[in-house]
Write a protein that binds this ligand. Structure first.
Ligand SMILES: [Zn+2]
Length: 124
């Protein structure tokens, strides 16, 4: 029970579904959903409604706290590297992973491990 995560939607407990009704017979209540994992909002919300409820309530504060974008960002050669891959599963061949520069179109090969590593980047 304690390994279960609670949905972070502020109004999750107010939505009426059978799976939210919990408790001993005679004193059942509608409760915040809890599961071992959630699909929405980085694993914090049971569904999109709860995710958007949270954003409506806290989004402005969160954006201000973590740093509001106040100037347009520019895509230039130096920050244009993104990871991508060619899916070859339909030919029973391994996928090909690479960096591609969105400005110059240059490609550089990547291993699957480098592709999966969120800290591995060519951008400066
Ligand atoms: Zn929820």
């Amino acid at each position: 029970m304690s390994n279960l995560k609670l949905c972070q939607g502020p109004d999750c407990h107010t939505y009426h579904t059978q799976d939210r009704v919990k408790g001993i017979k005679g004193s059942k209540t509608n409760q915040t959903r809890r599961r071992s994992s959630f699909y929405y909002g980085g694993g914090n919300f049971c569904d999109q409604r709860c995710m958007y409820d949270w954003f409506r309530k806290f989004g402005d504060q969160a954006v201000n706290y973590f740093g509001r974008t106040t100037e347009p960002k520019h895509l230039i050669e130096e920050n244009a590297w993104v990871k991508d891959y060619d899916y070859n599963g339909y030919r029973n061949l391994p996928d090909v992973h690479y960096f591609v520069n969105k400005v110059t179109r240059e490609r550089r090969p990547l291993t699957k491990q480098q592709y999966d590593d969120d800290n591995y980047t060519l951008n400066t």
